[in-house]
Ligand binder design. Structure first.
Ligand code: REL
Ligand code: ZN
Length: 420
C-alpha cells in the first residue's frame, strides 16, 4: 500500500521499527546451556560495570577494596541506594534499569528492590530467556566466545547444547593483544607455538583457529583493539593478523570484526569499569581493508571523533561493514547523531546498532531505546523523501527496516537468516 500522508508515514515507520525482530550482532550473552556464564536478574543489572563507575563518582568515601569485598547483593544494594534513591537515575545506564523494571511490569512507585528480587528467585533461566527475547523482540543473539577462557572452553568441550537463537562469535583478544602471555596457553592446548612466532607457529595458530571454528561454527572472528592500533606495523599482532587471521577468515568465508579504540584498564581498581576510550588512526582501517579486498571486515570504533571518517572509509570499501554505537557511544544523543550521519553517507548499507548486553534483561532497554532513535531518524529521512515527491510503499519501508535490523548483516555474511 502506498503511504499517502506524512502522518501515516511517521506512524508506519515508528511501528515497523518497534515490531521488526532484531538480529543482535554483538553481545556478551550466552545460551542457557552455558550455565552461569549467562547473567540475568536485578542484582546483575545493578552491578553492571557502567553503574559501578557511576556509583564511585558519588561516593568519594567508598574504597575500591571495600566495594569489591561486598557480596553481589550488597553491591547491588549500595548502587541502588546511591544511583536510584540518593539521586535521580537519568544517566543512560541507570535509565536502562528503570526501563527494564518497567517493561517487566514492576511497580516502580515502591522502589522495593526485595520485591523485584523475589520475582527473579521464582523464575527459571529457560523461561526467562523466552520471556526476554519475546518482550525485546530479538530473534537472534550473537554471543562472544573466548577459547582462552578455561571455564568457557569447558562448556564447549562438554558439548554445550545448541540453541539456534544464540550463535557464536570467536573472540581472539588474547591472541592479538597479549601474545606474550597467550602463546603458552596455546601450547597448553597442544599447539606447537613459540613466543617469537618462528618456524611452524603461524601454521599452528591457524590450526587453533580452524579447530575452534569447527567447534563453535562462529559467524565471525572478533577482536577489540587499542586506540593506538597501527597497521601495518612490525609487531606480533600484525604478523598474526596477516599470517593467521586473514588467511583463516578467507578460507572459512567469515568476516574479521575489529572493535577499535579501547584503552584498557586506565583505572584497574574499577575492574571491567576501568576501561576508557581514545581516538584511533582511520588510516590503519583503510590500509587493512583495501589490502585484503577478498576478506570481509566488520568494524566499529569507540571514539565519537572516528565516526565520520569510518563511514567515509566504508563508502570506498564494500568489504567493510560498519556496525553499532559501541559502549560509550550507546547514549541517545550520540546514537542519533551517528545514525543520522551513517544513513546520510551509506544509505541502508550499515548495521546501525548492536546491544553489547552483558545481562540478558538489558536487551529490553538497549533495544527499546535504540529502536526509538532509529525510528526517529528514519522518519526524518523518509519525510525528506516525501517532501521531495517520492512516495513509498509500506512494503518498501518494511524491507528497509528488516535490512537495518539484521538483513544487512546476513547478506554481508552471505548466509540466510536462520530465523527468517
Ligand atoms: O566487547 C568488548 O570488548 C566490550 O564491548 C566490552 O569489553 C565492554 O566491557 C562492554 O561491556 C561494553 O559495552
Ligand atoms: Zn562487547
Amino acid at each position: 500500500m502506498t503511504i499517502a500522508t506524512k502522518e501515516q508515514l511517521t506512524a508506519f515507520v515508528t511501528e515497523t521499527v518497534r515490531t521488526t525482530p532484531v538480529t543482535d550482532i554483538h553481545t556478551h550473552l550466552f545460551a542457557e546451556s552455558f550455565g552461569d556464564l549467562l547473567l540475568w536478574g536485578v542484582d546483575e543489572l545493578l552491578t553492571y560495570h557502567y553503574l559501578i563507575a557511576e556509583t564511585f563518582r558519588f561516593r568519594p568515601d567508598l574504597s575500591y577494596d571495600a566495594f569489591w569485598q561486598l557480596s553481589k547483593q550488597e553491591q547491588a544494594d549500595l548502587i541502588w541506594q546511591t544511583l536510584f534513591i540518593d539521586h535521580s537515575p537519568y544517566s543512560e545506564a541507570c535509565r536502562g534499569v528503570v526501563t527494564v523494571l518497567n517493561r517487566l511490569g514492576f511497580d516502580l512507585s515502591k522502589r522495593d528492590l526485595e520485591e523485584y528480587r523475589a520475582y527473579f528467585r521464582s523464575v527459571s533461566a529457560g523461561d526467562y530467556i523466552d520471556r526476554i527475547l519475546k518482550l525485546a523482540n530479538v530473534k537472534t543473539v550473537v554471543m562472544t566466545n573466548d577459547p582462552f577462557d578455561a571455564y568457557e572452553r569447558g562448556k564447549w568441550e562438554s558439548g554445550a547444547s545448541q540453541d539456534p537463537r544464540f550463535l557464536a562469535a570467536l573472540r581472539i583478544d588474547p591472541l592479538l593483544n597479549l601474545w606474550d602471555s597467550s602463546w603458552s596457553k596455546l601450547k597448553e592446548q597442544g599447539y606447537e607455538v613459540s613466543a617469537d612466532l618462528s618456524g611452524g607457529t603461524p601454521a599452528e595458530i591457524r590450526r587453533f583457529l580452524k579447530d575452534w571454528i569447527a567447534r563453535m561454527n562462529p559467524l565471525y572472528m572478533a577482536v577489540s583493539l587499542p586506540n593506538d592500533f597501527a597497521y601495518p606495523e612490525d609487531s606480533a599482532r600484525v604478523r598474526i593478523i596477516d599470517e593467521c587471521i586473514v588467511p583463516v577468515a578467507r578460507e572459512a568465508g567469515i568476516p574479521f570484526a575489529m572493535m577499535i579504540g579501547v584503552k584498557r584498564k586506565v583505572n584497574p581498581s574499577l575492574k571491567d569499569a576501568g576501561d576508557s576510550v581514545g581516538k584511533s588512526d582511520i588510516g590503519a582501517v583503510e590500509r587493512i581493508v583495501s589490502k585484503y579486498q577478498d576478506v570481509k571486515f566488520l568494524v566499529t570504533m569507540l571514539s565519537r571523533e572516528n565516526q565520520h571518517e569510518l563511514a567515509v572509509t566504508a563508502r570506498k570499501n564494500r568489504n567493510l561493514l560498519v556496525f553499532g554505537c559501541w559502549w560509550f557511544l550507546n547514549n541517545p544523543s550520540l546514537i542519533e547523531e551517528i545514525t543520522r550521519m551513517r544513513l546520510e553517507l551509506l544509505g541502508g548499507s550499515v548495521i546501525p546498532q548492536h546491544s553489547d548486553c552483558r545481562i540478558l534483561d538489558q536487551l529490553l532497554y538497549k533495544w527499546d531505546h535504540s529502536r526509538a532513535i532509529i525510528g526517529k531518524v528514519l522518519c526524518d529521512k523518509y519525510g525528506d523523501l516525501f517532501d521531495a515527491g517520492w512516495r513509498l510503499e509500506e512494503e518498501e519501508i518494511r524491507r528497509d527496516i528488516e535490512d537495518l535490523l539484521g538483513g544487512v548483516f546476513w547478506k554481508f555474511l552471505g548466509k540466510p537468516d536462520p530465523a527468517a
